[in-house]
Design a protein around this ligand. Structure first.
Ligand code: FE2
Length: 186
């Protein structure tokens, strides 16, 4: 499917959706198919979006962000064998696969949330997300992403708010430590 769906059109549609509803389930339902159209279009895709960050394990490339940091669209390039710690986003998230297969682990938080610096997680389910596949998460959804292939993978991530402006967390699965999660963005 390729129907000339530009970044400008995608951003305009995102603005219309969040202006029309604040219901996260409805936002996710409406953004998902548009994210799939956007990754199918590929007119936005440039060689620099495949650039990775060896220290971080993945490269983060900003495609769009509103002046108030809402509606961020990011292209993420993942190094083989690398990935994220378990993390949340502090906002809703829609991930659409562009190239390659990314392994996702989704978690439930099972502690009583009485401590800011502690969180106990249990695995909810695991799955592979490939080209055109969607991973949609409400605010508070926790997952871990790993590129288990031998090539760089690419996905487009759309968030209700830029993830470095949401006070989101990463979770250490061994120590149960909960700490801020900031990423380097190009
Ligand atoms: Fe994520």
């Amino acid at each position: 499917m390729s129907d000339n769906y530009s970044l400008q059109q995608y951003a305009s549609d995102l603005r219309a959706i969040v202006a029309a509803t604040s219901d996260e389930d409805e936002i996710l339902q409406r953004v998902g198919p548009l994210a799939q159209r956007f990754v199918a279009d590929r007119s936005w895709l440039e060689p620099r979006h495949y650039e990775t960050d060896a220290e971080q394990g993945f490269g983060v490339h900003l495609l769009h962000e509103e002046p108030d940091h809402s509606l961020a669209v990011l292209a993420l390039a993942w190094l083989p064998g690398r990935g994220t710690p378990a993390h949340d986003h502090g906002t809703w998230a829609v991930v659409a696969g562009v190239e390659g297969v990314e392994h996702n682990v989704r978690y439930n938080r099972i502690d009583d949330r009485s401590r800011d610096d502690f969180a106990e997680l249990e695995i909810k389910h695991e799955f592979d997300a490939g080209e055109g596949d969607l991973v949609c998460m409400r605010t508070g959804g926790i997952h871990k992403v790993t590129n288990e292939t031998d090539r760089v993978t690419l996905s487009v991530h759309t968030y209700g708010r830029h993830i470095n402006h949401t006070n989101r967390s990463q979770f250490d699965l061994d120590s149960n430590a909960r700490t801020p999660f900031i990423v380097r963005v190009d």
